[in-house]
Structures are given as structure tokens and as C-alpha cells.
Write a protein that binds this ligand. Structure first.
Ligand code: SAM
Length: 201
């Protein structure tokens, strides 16, 4: 990882406060979408995995448990989220394979072409500049890397992002969507996109 500091310059966007982060971690920290994302990633055990907007780190811990020689990195702009993720991971059996850092999708503190699998689990809809964040994902992914986007389906049309909106954003960033499913889980329904850098068909 490089040591760039997050530089969110867009007005009205702010990282979650300590209070919001702590409330989120207590209520949704073990949300089942993390397991769905890691299952969709179909890790071979030796990859470098990046979870963008990692929250309290559940997907990072799940990914690290599936690695034998790679590593799982979580970034999140909220300092309290990163602190909680580190705390909750500190006694985990795969802790040595985990790293956490502050950072936004738009300005990731991650080297170019260093990531095999990037994941955004219920975080894409929170990014302050989705095209810029997706360009950043394309920058950090290796040429044969894959990108997993998971978003919950909401009844309220004002919440979250629609299926076609997500797909178009991913494709406009130069990815080919190679898989899509809607999966029920214990707390609702999630949309899961798998994508690779390449030509859209
Ligand atoms: C709904 S939570 C999901 C957290 C975690 N992925 C999970 O599934 O539990 C959204 C997360 O996105 C993060 N986030 C907000 N803006 C972001 C940005 N610009 N780049 C990356 N992550 C962001 C928040 O700090 C928060 O942790």
C-alpha cells in the first residue's frame, strides 16, 4: 500500500462520524452480504483482495479465512470504521493476512495493478463520485483481476442504486460484467455483479 491520504474534495460528502460508524458496526457489522461477496469472488487462496468501504471488516475477515498465501486489505474513509475493523480482527485466526487503512474509493491508498480481486459490499452507493471511484478500481486491479459489487435491494426507490444504474456505471468504467445474480439472504435480497476489465459485449 502507498501512504496517500484520502482527499475528499467534494462538498457535502464527509466520512461517517464515530457515532454513525459505531452504530452501523453494532447493528449491521455481520450483515450476510459479506459472505455472498466472498463466495462470488471464488478465491483460489493466493490472491490479493481489496474490500473498498470495508466497514467493520467482516468481508476482509471472511476473505482472509479463504487465503493461504495472499492477503486481504480493507479500506474505509471513516477512521472509526478502520479502528473497529482492526479491533474486531485482532484475535482472528487469519489476522496476519489482513491490513486496514483509511481511504476512499476515489483516492485509494493502493498501488497500481496490485489487486487480484476488488470488492465493494454495500458501499458503492455511498461513494461521493462513482465514476471516479470505478476508475480508481480499474487502476488498482491487475489486468486479469475481477471486481465484485454487492448492493442490497431496497423497497424505497430513493435508497440504494438500481440494477441498471450499477451495471451502466461499471461498464462505463471499462469493465465487462461477467455475472449477475439476485440472492436472498436472511435480511433481504442482494444484487451481486462480477466484472472484469475488458471489452463489453
Ligand atoms: C453500508 S456501509 C457497508 C460497510 C461494509 N462493506 C459492510 O458491508 O458491512 C458503507 C461503507 O461505505 C463507506 N464509504 C462511504 N463513502 C465511501 C467512499 N467514498 N469510498 C469508500 N467507502 C466509502 C462507509 O464509511 C461505510 O463503511
Amino acid at each position: 500500500m502507498t501512504q496517500k491520504s484520502p482527499s475528499p474534495t467534494v462538498r457535502h460528502w464527509q466520512p461517517w462520524s464515530d457515532e454513525v460508524a459505531e452504530r452501523y458496526a453494532g447493528k449491521y457489522g455481520d450483515h450476510p452480504t459479506s459472505a455472498l461477496a466472498v463466495a462470488a469472488a471464488a478465491l483460489d487462496g493466493a490472491e490479493v483482495v481489496l474490500d473498498i468501504g470495508c466497514g467493520s471488516g467482516m468481508a476482509v475477515r471472511t476473505a482472509a479465512s479463504n487465503l493461504s498465501s495472499g492477503k486481504a486489505i480493507g479500506i474505509d474513509p471513516a477512521p472509526a470504521m478502520v479502528r473497529i475493523a482492526r479491533q474486531q480482527s485482532s484475535t482472528h485466526i487469519a489476522n496476519a493476512r489482513m491490513q486496514f487503512a483509511e481511504g476512499t474509493a476515489e483516492d485509494m491508498p493502493i498501488d497500481d495493478a496490485s489487486i487480484d480481486v476488488a470488492m465493494a459490499v454495500c458501499s458503492l452507493s455511498h461513494w461521493f463520485d462513482i465514476p471516479r471511484g470505478l476508475a480508481s478500481v480499474a487502476r488498482v486491479l491487475r489486468g486479469d483481476g475481477r471486481f465484485i459489487v454487492v448492493e442490497d435491494v431496497f423497497d424505497d426507490p430513493d435508497m440504494g442504486l438500481g440494477r441498471q444504474t450499477i451495471r451502466t456505471a461499471i461498464e462505463n468504467a471499462g469493465f465487462q460484467v461477467t455475472g449477475f445474480t439476485e440472492q436472498s439472504h436472511s435480511e433481504g435480497i442482494a444484487r451481486i455483479f462480477t466484472a472484469r476489465l475488458g471489452t463489453n459485449q
